[in-house]
Design a protein around this ligand. Structure first.
Ligand code: BGC
Length: 657
């Protein structure tokens, strides 16, 4: 079959191809070019369809754990597996390209979309996103890395210029894209915001970095409605504007006719769209479903099991014992809790209730309703007295208080006002702690919350996040002890939102000044030694681990680290060993230390394993404005920290790189 090229098309046809046909597809020029269908990601497929009477409904598809929970597994193989499972859903729904993953840095803990993003750490975000893309694309479905770059807040995202100095841009905000691009995503989606005064939908300079330095040779696509001037964006090399926009099409056609844009530029973008269309057509013929629905649900459950984080466990409050009488109450017992916006999936099967899952684990549980959910807020406590009486009368041993913040708080289009729970939820926790012999707080939320008012009074805290439609099975398994928790945070839980430097940076309706520079997430807290509620990289296990025998050898440009990890408990478990690198006497400012590697290891009770982690040249470099490149201090002396969290250093050594 002879393939169409840009040269075979009229000017009108080229213009049509450069702007979507509708919301999710390209214009096939009456069948001249193969069609392709894009749908959101990243936590399942969201495929809206118009019925014959014009009503839009979203096709049911598996609702997986959020990307936040996925990243908390620190398990790259699981990231790959979940992406593969989602690609299987895509094949089933005939979706060619999944609009995921998102790698924007969690600069602000109250940003509404954080649950969709990987981390506050750019290295972790990049590595996880790379795996995610490989998981999708190995199934012959396309991935779309988003949002390039610096969409770190949902407030006025279409108008705000993110003012970022070049070093910070390179080290924090571009790095995840740089790493993830190595997986060769078919598409990259630009961000809504401006960076240093230029719209990301037409950012010549940053597109050149993407194409020439990061070697991205796929399609650059706009975020939905992000283009203001189609000709300008085309000149910058934005290939496809989404969705359809009549005025933009007319203007573009005029501009092409009047030679306001070179035909070479037009043709380059047109050809990239055509290439993507042919690629989709080819892949469609050979892609196959290779995971059953049940297998996909099992993967989702495994992600939840490894991604949920045990934050507090005083005196072995958890796991619950079979002979304990347990009461379940709070806000997350009756309905599925999830984040909102374009990643919102319509679950495929009925929601699995926590109480049923706990019963399935053989626990002696009962339920008492204490909260009334009204119009997006948990506004009233319905029967607190009744619950407290029940705890007395039934001689309850432990109360599980479920706490939630759902899509009304965590969503695209807005940020949270603060990190606080509602007063009603706080009151509920506190009242229960007065009477219940043991209080276990289980949190369903898309991002950190403040816990200062009650954390000291409760016995255990489990951070569940958004675990998907069947995630409560995993919650119950962790509470009952049939699964040993192994998730660790991939973002800092600050004590107070006000402790976050970026929160105080200058911001008005048009500008957000990234004054904190590299002091994002744990980089800020460890450098300043500011206490946090729970540090980046932290998570408890029912096992205990001992780190020992750190050895380090330099071979060429790589540094090989080995250590031994021993599970000193009687329970099998996973541990995540993290490696942070610190330059001891840097010539320029550097954060105190930064994550450069990790390994998640499974250890049977009593078992010892040798763990190896390799660091490369980049692990020691910073982006030098004097050299316009990544650079290592010639006489650089470095400390290597092996840690169980960003503040719990277990072993350390030094090296001259
Ligand atoms: C979001 C993108 C999403 C697109 C299509 C936009 O509002 O920012 O992440 O892929 O909509 O739904």
């Amino acid at each position: 079959m002879i393939k169409i090229r840009a040269k075979d098309l009229t000017i009108e046809e080229k213009a049509k191809l450069l702007i979507g046909k509708d919301f999710w597809r390209i214009d096939t020029l009456g069948g001249k070019i193969p069609d392709f269908l894009m749908n959101d990601g990243p936590v399942g497929i969201r495929q809206p369809r118009l019925s014959t009477n014009g009503v839009e409904t979203v096709q049911p598809s598996i609702a997986y754990p959020s990307i936040q929970v996925l990243s908390q597994t620190w398990n790259e193989d699981l990231v790959y597996e979940m992406a593969k499972a989602i690609a299987n859903d895509a094949i089933e729904l005939e979706t060619d390209i999944i609009l995921a993953p998102g790698v924007n840095i969690k600069r602000l803990p109250h940003n509404g979309r954080n649950f969709e993003y990987v981390s506050e750490d750019p290295f972790l975000a990049g590595v996880m996103a790379k795996k995610y893309i490989e998981g999708i694309q190995d199934q012959k479905v396309g991935a779309c890395l988003k949002h390039y770059a610096a969409n770190n807040s949902e407030v006025s995202r279409n108008y705000k210029s993110m003012e970022i100095d070049e070093r910070t841009l390179r080290e924090i905000y571009l790095l995840p894209h740089e790493i993830a691009t190595k997986a060769k995503p078919w598409l990259v989606m630009t961000a809504y915001n401006l960076v240093n005064g230029v719209r990301m939908s037409a950012h010549d300079k940053l597109y050149r970095i993407l194409r020439n330095e990061f070697k991205f040779d796929g399609l650059i696509i706009s975020d939905w409605g992000a283009v203001m001037n189609r000709t300008k964006s085309l000149k910058a090399s934005l290939d496809l504007e989404m969705p359809y926009d009549k005025l933009h099409l007319e203007q573009l056609l005029d501009d092409i006719k009047n030679e306001k844009v070179d035909m070479e530029i037009v043709d380059a973008s047109v050809n990239r769209i055509i290439d993507t269309a042919y690629k989709c057509e080819e892949m469609r013929k050979i892609r196959q479903i290779n995971l059953s629905v049940e297998e996909r649900y099992n993967i989702a459950e495994k992600v939840a099991e490894e991604g949920i984080v045990l934050l507090k466990n005083e005196d072995g409050a958890l796991p619950l014992k079979k002979n304990e009488k347990v009461l379940v109450t709070g806000t997350a017992v009756d309905s599925y809790v999830f984040g909102g916006g374009s990643s919102q999936v319509t679950p495929r099967e009925p929601f699995v209730k926590l109480i049923d899952s706990l019963k399935g684990e053989g626990l002696n549980v009962s339920y008492f309703r204490t909260m009334q959910f009204t119009a997006g807020a948990f506004t009233s406590i319905t029967d607190l007295k009744g619950a407290l009486n029940k705890i007395f009368i039934d001689d309850i041993d432990a109360t599980i208080v479920t706490i939630s913040q759902d899509n009304h708080a965590h969503s695209e289009f807005y940020n949270r006002q603060n990190l606080l729970l509602s007063n009603e939820q706080i009151d509920l926790i506190k009242e229960i702690t007065y009477v219940s012999p043991k209080t276990i707080v289980v949190i369903y939320s898309g991002a950190p919350i403040e816990m200062n008012e009650w954390i000291d009074d409760v016995d255990a805290v489990l951070y569940v996040g958004y675990v998907g439609e069947k995630g409560n099975k995993a919650v119950a398994k962790i509470l009952s002890g049939s699964v040993n928790p192994s998730g660790k945070l991939t973002e800092t839980f600050p004590m107070f939102l006000e402790d976050v430097q970026a929160y105080h940076a200058y911001e008005d309706a048009r500008v957000a000044l990234y004054e904190e520079q590299l002091s994002v997430g744990y980089r800020q807290f460890v450098s300043e030694n500011t206490p946090v509620l729970f540090p980046f990289g932290f998570g408890l296990s029912y096992s205990t681990f001992v780190y020992d025998n750190l050895k380090i050898t330099k071979s060429g440009k790589e540094v090989d680290i080995t250590l031994t990890l021993t599970n000193t408990s009687k329970i099998d478990g996973h541990e995540v060993a993290q490696v942070y690198v610190r330059e001891r006497l840097p010539d320029v400012y550097r954060p105190l230390y930064e994550l450069k590697g990790w390994k998640k290891v499974f250890l049977k009770a009593g078992e010892t394993k040798t763990v190896s982690i390799t660091l490369d040249q980049r692990s020691f470099s910073y982006y030098s404005l004097a050299h316009d490149d990544w650079h290592i201090n010639e006489n650089g002396q470095f400390s290597i920290y092996v840690s169980s969290s960003s503040i719990d250093i277990e072993l350390f050594t030094h090296i001259k790189y």
